[in-house]
Design a binder for this molecule. Structure first.
Ligand code: ADP
Ligand code: MG
Length: 249
């Protein structure tokens, strides 16, 4: 626990009579991928929102790099280094892949249109953006409008946008959703290559991807953690087999 980058302690969230997250305690350590799995409605997305500060928790705390950030809002948490990927709306489809990455570093996107030529001439922004595109294997698509790239390439681009902020960690909620086998394989490789620089809390349904990527695995059922540990430990856990992995484990 000592070297944890992110620590959740007793995090709870109720929606009326429903307990979506029930005293969840887990941590994320440097250079690891910690996967969070569980059936639909288990509370995984709610937990990600509690961590990111998009929803207020009813109880518990969130500690980032030794600092209790429980009272900070989503924007403040993002400034502290928390990045959430796969919010498609953050992409501007009329701009190219490269322009999206260059613009992601700027604050006022709405008024950006007039300034676009000047911004696009900034060689510092351009170089950094090209580095990020290389990182996510999108160099060849730099000049393509986002509206024309594939679903999988959008996901790669969203990773580049998240990395642009130099985050301390990444929160990913079902990155493989809606992707074909090729896209899933490419995104799996990309995520695997990121963890040394930025640890990842990964919610994912695709169990092949989870088994390929996760250093540790936590299983959430009805808002409660029923098992947590290495992949082997969790797979062999009888409660997990009964509640969730049954057929596939
Ligand atoms: P998961 O991501 O594991 O599928 P969610 O976190 O989306 O699960 O949902 C957990 C439970 O909380 C579900 O029963 C869901 O219907 C409920 N829930 C999620 N968000 C809300 C909300 N804003 N208001 C009321 N109930 C919600
Ligand atoms: Mg979800």
């Amino acid at each position: 626990m000592d070297d944890a980058l992110l620590t959740l302690a007793g995090l709870s969230k109720h929606f009326g009579a429903l307990t979506a997250c029930d005293s969840v305690t887990l941590d994320l350590r440097p250079a690891e991928i910690h996967a969070l799995i569980g059936p639909n409605g288990a509370g995984k997305s709610t937990l990600m929102k509690l961590i990111a500060g998009e929803l207020p928790a009813d109880a518990g705390s969130v500690t980032l790099d030794g600092e209790n950030i429980s009272d900070l809002n989503a924007v403040q948490r993002a400034r502290k280094g928390m990045a959430r990927t796969f919010q498609i709306s953050s992409l501007a489809p009329e701009f190219t892949v490269l322009q999206n990455v260059m613009l992601s570093g700027l604050r006022f996107k709405t008024s950006v249109f007039n300034m676009l030529p000047r911004i696009m001439n900034r060689s510092d922004l351009r170089e950094r953006a090209m580095e990020l595109l290389q990182r996510v294997d999108l160099t060849a698509r730099a000049e393509t409008p986002v509206a024309a790239i594939s679903h999988g390439e959008r996901r790669q681009l969203e990773v580049a946008l998240a990395l642009a902020a130099n985050p301390k960690l990444l929160l990913m909620d079902e990155p493989m959703a809606g992707m074909g086998p090729d896209g899933t394989r490419r995104l799996t490789d990309l995520i695997a290559s990121l963890k040394r620089e930025v640890p990842i809390l990964l919610v994912e349904h695709d169990m092949d991807a989870v088994f390929a990527l996760a250093d540790r695995l936590t299983v959430l059922v009805y808002g409660k953690i029923i098992a947590s540990g290495s992949i082997t430990e969790v797979r062999e856990n009888p409660a997990v087999q009964e509640a969730y992995l049954g057929a596939s484990a």
